[in-house]
Design a protein around this ligand. Structure first.
Ligand code: SAH
Length: 220
């Protein structure tokens, strides 16, 4: 086995033992996606640390334990449609693609340079079928709605209304929420049902901000 696959295995074992990854399907997905392909060259040695890493434009690739925890909360099955807000490096979308099938994932990125980076990384790692668009994901993507799942990978001041509208009945959304763009946030699971919308808190987290019409007006 190559060193990187070995390091990835050890990371997943730790994340299963310490709690953030519960399902074996999610563990397998994190074991499969080569995170080193998604991190910048000069950070590659750190690809299998459980840490966020800089990807440019003051943005970060999400830490593996959060990618695992969010995938668990979303309860992803093959064929489930997923809208992701914040492609960043493309890593999180690749893990989700492992679980639902690449052609069921669409991700939106606000920064054109990062969208290009995510596209290149996804293609290199074999996830060409993940759809990627540049735009303000706080408005969602009405053309493909409703979505079974929505994964917001940046922190919002409140649940963006268009995303709630575009979530299917019976659907789930993971979204970090907080008062300030930079600082501490709380991860929420949002479930939409016949009787309305339920949200449960899943602990303190730190994300980069969702900047847009239904997000923060500035990044600081
Ligand atoms: N899922 C990514 C995490 C990237 S960090 C990964 O695994 O690498 C969050 C990303 O959300 C950043 O790239 C940021 O530019 C993007 N973002 C912030 N506001 C956005 C918006 N309104 N629409 C789309 N993307 C947004």
């Amino acid at each position: 086995m190559d060193d990187r696959a070995d390091a990835r295995d050890r990371l997943v074992d730790r994340l299963q033992r310490s709690g953030p990854i519960r399902s074996s399907r999610v563990a397998d997905a994190v074991r499969t996606v080569p995170r080193h392909v998604f991190v910048p060259e000069d950070e590659r040695d750190r690809a299998y640390e459980d840490a966020p890493l800089p990807i440019g434009h003051e943005q970060e690739i999400t830490a593996p334990h959060l990618v695992g925890r969010m995938a668990d909360l979303l309860d992803l099955e093959p064929g489930t449609s997923v809208l992701e807000i914040g492609a960043g490096s493309g890593y999180h979308a690749a893990v989700v693609a492992e679980l639902v099938g690449a052609d069921h994932v669409v991700t939106v990125e606000r920064v054109p340079d990062l969208a290009r980076l995510a596209r290149r990384n996804l293609d290199r790692a074999g996830y060409d079928d993940v759809a990627l668009l540049v735009g303000d994901g706080s408005r969602g993507l009405p053309g493909g709605a409703p979505y079974d799942r929505i994964n917001v990978t940046c922190a919002a001041p409140e649940i963006p209304e268009p995303l709630l509208d575009q979530l299917a009945n019976g659907g789930r959304m993971t979204v970090p929420l907080g008062d300030a763009p930079r600082g501490s946030h709380t991860l929420y699971l949002v479930e939409k049902g016949d009787d309305g919308v339920d949200r449960t808190s899943h602990g303190g987290v730190r994300f980069v901000p969702l900047v847009g019409a239904h997000g923060f007006s500035t990044a600081d």
